[in-house]
Write a protein that binds this ligand. Structure first.
Ligand code: NDP
Length: 284
């Protein structure tokens, strides 16, 4: 009787720079709500110390960790297994440590698809994505695996855009095409869902992707991956046109909740996780 367990289950993140990453607050809000004796520790770790950090996590019995920039691809060489999404995307944002074995997952795209599913299904849809970086890759692959019909990629760097087209066509049943990003680029009128998956708008309320706003139709759903500020200029402009919009907050919360599920097999309440982020972003 009266035995208290002072040993918490440990999780955390390895990324660099990391001091402005609010993930710890979001994850621990979830742990607290569920009454879990678990902690999440933000660690400043770049590629050069990643192997040591992973070995440390194994030694300390961590349940797992999340990976952010610049480790999402670097981490793969240290893992034993990859989940299908992580394998196709070629990047990992969540690692589970179980019985000394490391398994990599990618929950970024799934977090987006789940957030979108509150509004619509991607099945059979024509999606236009701005960007071809990590977030765009994750969203494009998950959308294609979830049954999207066509994905148009608009990117500044042609090589990255073309590579993502090939990746989608090789690994999924979706069709994909690439459009080089030119000034005031027009959005294909077939588009049903437009997603900004570039970093444009992050921490900048007035920044907006250089697209022809006149080509956005009110029937289009317009989504943004940027979580902060949640209502980016792109979403405000699309809202003015009557479009349904989706911000990047739920995507962030969903991927976090999925990471916790991967580590603990437990579904956590997402409401306090989202509230913790809103409090931080509004306070800034
Ligand atoms: P990457 O660096 O991998 O990719 C950035 C992309 O943005 C590239 O396609 C790049 O184009 C494009 N880009 C950047 N600046 C410009 C510009 N001025 N004009 C045109 N294109 C531009 O970053 P990530 O994909 O990892 O992250 C992108 C954003 O997604 C981040 O801001 C992050 O906050 C957000 N994100 C949100 C998540 C969420 O859960 N809500 C999860 C993951 C990311 P090019 O290839 O031509 O260089």
């Amino acid at each position: 009787a009266n035995k208290i367990n002072f040993l918490s289950d440990l999780t955390g993140s390895f990324s660099s720079p990391c001091s402005e990453n609010p993930t710890v607050r979001m994850i621990e809000a979830g742990y607290q709500k569920e009454g879990m004796n678990a902690r999440f520790i933000t660690c400043e770790v770049g590629p050069e110390k990643l192997e040591q950090a992973i070995n440390g996590a194994i030694a300390m019995g961590w349940k797992g960790f999340s990976c952010s920039l610049p480790n999402k691809q670097e981490v793969i060489q240290y893992l034993d297994e990859l989940d299908t999404s992580a394998q196709v995307i070629g990047a990992v944002n969540c690692v589970v440590i179980k019985d000394g074995k490391l398994t990599g997952y990618n929950t970024d795209g799934q977090g987006f698809i789940e957030a979108l599913s509150d509004i619509t299904s991607v099945k059979g849809k024509h999606i236009t994505l701005l960007g071809a970086g990590g977030a765009a890759r994750a969203i494009a692959v998950e959308a294609a695996l979830a049954g999207a019909k066509h994905i148009t990629l608009i990117n500044r760097n042609e090589e990255r855009g073309e590579a993502l087209v090939k990746l989608i066509e090789k690994n999924t049943d979706a069709k994909a095409s690439f459009t080089k990003w030119t000034k005031q680029v027009a959005i294909d009128s077939q588009t049903e869902i437009l997603v900004n998956a570039t970093s444009i708008g992050l921490n900048d309320e007035e920044a907006i992707p250089d697209i022809d706003l006149a080509s956005i139709d009110k029937a289009m759903i317009v989504a943004d991956v940027i979580p902060n500020p949640p209502e980016t200029k792109l979403l405000r402009e699309a809202g003015k046109k009557g479009c349904t919009t989706l911000n990047g907050l739920n995507m962030l919360v969903n991927q976090g909740a999925q990471n916790v599920y991967n580590w603990f097999g437990k579904k956590v309440d997402r409401a306090p996780m989202k509230a913790s982020l809103e409090a931080i972003f509004n306070a800034k």
